[in-house]
Design a protein around this ligand. Sequence first.
Ligand SMILES: O=C1O[C@H](COP(=O)(O)O)[C@@H](O)[C@H](O)[C@H]1O
Length: 260
Amino acid sequence: MSTPGVLVHRDQELLARAVAARLVTRLVDVQAARGSASVVLTGGGVGTAVLAELAASRARDAIDWRALDIWWGDERFLPSGDPERNETGARKALLDHVDVDPARVRPMPSTDGPDGADPEAAADRYAAALRAAARPEDHGPVPSFDVLMLGLGPDAHVASLFPELPALYEEERPVVAVRGAPKPPPTRISLTFPAIRAAREVWVIAAGESKSTAVRLALSEAGPIQVPGAGARGRQRTLFLLDRAAASQLPPGIERLSSP
Ligand SMILES: O=C1O[C@H](COP(=O)(O)O)[C@@H](O)[C@H](O)[C@H]1O
């Protein structure tokens, strides 16, 4: 697992714009090298702001959208189209505005999907889709995602991995149902640490003073059961992309780069 790098931008707006630009560069580079790329989306305020900035950027046309596999890191287990679903936000902010291949857009199941209101079956279904997309060179049950983006909650949750919940102990299954989440809605579907850590690059994106303690803990020696953000690491690279407020309590000894 990689040691995190930290990059700080002035405020949330600039952070979202800079992450969108970084995403263009990363996906274009991967597509130039391998023909196609994969990305894992996150929900939440700043995660959705990044997608909106990408939609607004003229550079978005440098991405071959039809050669992009799009997955989600977690989902609120609600009917399709529900405004609280991460998928709904991503479609509105970005996916409805670019020429994606619908077969390569893989939202997590909804309560009106083939498994109905059974989140365990829905999680297994998503795990099966990931397994089917993994190639021998991935050496595991999920693709080696090129970029996996994660928001960070004030309680240091990432995806729908909330402190102390059983999902954090999962070592085998790449996707699990989460019940009893402290943030509504209580029932969710989430990638687990083994799936997150299969990503080549993990980007943890956080803005605002309310995230500063979580950022500090996630960059410390804290254990991932208490501080899930401390367990979010990529195989080749981990980046904490922050605004100044979220970076206001960085632990000593953490090197950071700052933009103006
Ligand atoms: O519930 C969720 O929260 C996190 C963080 O959201 P934020 O609004 O505090 O940035 C998000 O990353 C996750 O995908 C989502 O389901």
